[in-house]
Design a protein around this ligand. Sequence first.
Ligand SMILES: Cc1ncc(COP(=O)(O)O)c(C=O)c1O
Length: 354
Amino acid sequence: MADPLRPATTAVHAGRPPHEPDQPLNVPITMASTYVAGGELEYGRYGNRTWTAFEDALGALEGGRCLAYASGMAAVTSLLDLVALGDKVVVPRHSYNGTLVSLADLELRGRLTTTSVDITNTAEVVAACEDAALVWFESPTNPALEVADVPAIIAAGHDAGARVVVDNTFMTPLLQRPLELGADVVLHSATKYLSGHSDVQMGAIVTADQELHDVLKGRRDVQGNGPGPFEAWLALRGLRTLHVRLERAQSNAAELARRLADHPALVETRYPGLGGMVAVVLPTADAADLLVRSTSLWVNATSLGGVESTFERRRRWTSEPATIPEGLVRLSVGIEDVEDLWADLSQALDLAGG
Ligand SMILES: Cc1ncc(COP(=O)(O)O)c(C=O)c1O
C-alpha cells in the first residue's frame, strides 16, 4: 500500500498472519518452552511467535523495533542495566515511583548518579542534561500529570550525547510518538492502556536503532524477562481496540475534568488536555481517603488504563515522593457512560467535602 496506514488501522491489522486460506486471523498462543532445533527460535526464553505478533504491532505503532517484557518494570530495569558505572541519569522528580525506587537503589549501590528535575522547567532540564548519559522522562508524569516540552528535552539530551528514553505509558502511540520526535527509546507498561482490561502484566521497549534492539534482545535472552505467551496474546487482543477505548476514555476524562474544575471539595484539578488520566487534590489525606471509599462504580485500586474507572490516593504508597500532595487522588477514567461516572464521583465528593 502506497500511503502509510493510519494508527487506528495499524492497531487493528499489524502483526497478523498472512491472508492465505486456512490461516487464522489471529496469531495463536504458542505454549512452548522449546522448539525443534535448527530454526530461529530454538528455546522459549529466546522467542515466541505470540510475542512477535505483539511486538510487530506495537513496533509499527511507535515506529521502531519492539521487544516484549514480563512487566513494565522488567523493561525499566533492563534499560537501566545498560547504564555504565558512574553514569549520570536525568529523571523527573515525579516519575512513576517504581522507576524512582530502582534509580535510588542503583544510586545507593554506587552504580550511577541521578539528577531529579522539574520536568515542566525546560531550562532546568536542559542544564541538567549537560553531562548526562541517560535522559529519562515521562510526559505527562505519573501521578502529577506535569507536561514536558518533549522535543526540546530530546534535543538537549542529544546535544549532551545522552541516550533519551521516554516512558509513553500514559499517552500510548496514538497520542504521542516519541521516536518520531527524535527519542532513542520508548518504554511501556503494557499492563495499562495497551492491554486495557486490568488482566495482564506486561511491558515493552521500542527502539529506533537496530543495534540497541539487538543488545536488549541479547540480554532478554539470558535474563529471561520475556512475558508469558498468554499475556502477550491478551495484550495484543487489547491493542486491537486501543483507539476506540482511548477515544472514549479521553472524552470522558475531558468532560469530568471540566466538571471537577471548580468543585468546592477540591483544591485543584489537573488534566493535561489529552488522555484518560486526571488528578484531583483534596485538602487532606483523610478527605481523599473518604472520597476513594465512598463510590460504588469507581474502584479504589492502583494501576490505570483499564476499561473500568479506578482511582487511588497516591501518597498511600510510602515510595511516592513527598512533593506529591497528601490529598492527591489519581483518576484513571474508563469507558463507562460519563453520566454514571459523574453521579458516582460527585456524591462521593459531596461526602468528602462535607
Ligand atoms: C508510567 C509507568 N511506567 C512504568 C510502570 C511499571 O509497569 P508495570 O506495573 O507493568 O511493571 C508503571 C506502572 O504503574 C507506570 O505507571
